[in-house]
Design a binder for this molecule. Structure first.
Ligand code: SAM
Length: 283
């Protein structure tokens, strides 16, 4: 590739595509699980795709990484032990470890190659990988959660690819049952929950599977994410029985910098637009 050209990710469910002007392909690896590609773009820094689906860009990954971690960590009363399933680019791990109260954060991604590519092309996301509280495992998250000690975790964050291929089993009752068992009674499960504009049925189905696994309260938080299909994304929090008491004063006084997440943004994200609230039975 010599001159800049346009790289598109087509999104069939919405009949739309998102494109980037890229200057060259920096790397490509076919792992046993998926094809990982990294391109250099003219305006978005480096961009990483897995099986043709956009995962991370240098320019906008902070939106997703901050929203998949801080709302749950500022909702749980005292999160100490966090597990991240997927998340191989390590950006979520970095955000989780910004919380001084976290004593241990395990990241379990099925594909070591994603982390190796991130270390090379997104080093800023990997800057906490050497933290003494971090443990990086390369294993199937489904098996990992199945074998976790019951009642041992405060937060499980599922930072996965879309529910196809190796991530398909991260969206069903059996996986959520493992999470339910591994979480303490006041634990929180967080799942990246796709686009609230066009994948509301998926969010509903996912919440139903979480419900069948024993979770009884849910909170879906939308946020902008330009590099993901439709530009609008969400995370869903699930809990056993109790509500979501946001530690707003702690969030307002957080001892670390963020680029998107603030106490006000968190509060605002809890307000669902009417069409989303209605579809999720919260209208
Ligand atoms: N933020 C991204 C998104 O929403 O598109 C996800 C990024 S993260 C790189 C997704 C990770 O999930 C990938 O590195 C992939 O290897 C991992 N993954 C997929 N299936 C998995 C499984 N069964 N167990 C553990 N990790 C898995």
């Amino acid at each position: 590739m010599t001159a800049p050209h346009w790289l598109y990710e087509n999104f069939e469910p919405a009949g739309s595509a998102i494109g980037y002007r890229v200057t060259r392909k920096l790397d490509e690896v076919q792992s046993p699980f998926q094809k990982i590609e990294v391109f250099e773009s003219t305006d978005w820094g480096n961009v990483m795709l897995i099986d043709g689906a956009m995962m991370v860009t240098t320019r906008d990954n902070f939106l997703y990484h901050e929203m998949v971690s801080h709302p749950a960590l500022f909702t749980h009363a005292d999160p100490k032990h966090v597990v991240i399933i997927g998340g191989g680019d390590c950006g979520t791990l970095r955000e989780v470890l910004r919380h001084p109260g976290v004593e241990k954060a395990v990241q379990c991604d099925i594909d070591e190659q994603v982390t190796r590519m991130s270390e090379k092309y997104f080093p800023e996301l990997c800057e906490s990988n050497g933290d003494a509280r971090a443990e990086l495992l390369f294993d199937d998250g489904i098996a990992y959660m199945k074998h976790c000690a019951p009642g041992s975790l405060d937060i499980v964050i599922v930072d996965s690819t879309d529910p196809v291929g190796p991530a398909e089993g991260l969206f069903n009752k059996s996986f959520f049952e493992s999470c339910f068992r591994a979480l303490k009674d006041d634990g929180i499960l967080v799942q990246q929950s796709e686009s609230p504009l066009v994948l509301l049925d998926l969010i509903k189905a996912m919440r139903a599977e979480m419900g069948k696994a024993g979770f009884s309260t849910f909170q879906t938080l939308p946020f902008p994410q330009p590099c993901y299909p439709t530009g609008w994304w969400s995370v869903t929090l699930a809990r056993k029985g109790q509500g979501f008491e946001f530690r707003e004063a702690d969030a307002a006084a957080k001892p670390f910098p963020t680029k998107y997440y603030t106490a006000d943004i968190h509060r605002a994200a809890q307000v669902l637009p009417p069409f989303v609230a209605e579809a999720l039975g919260e209208g």
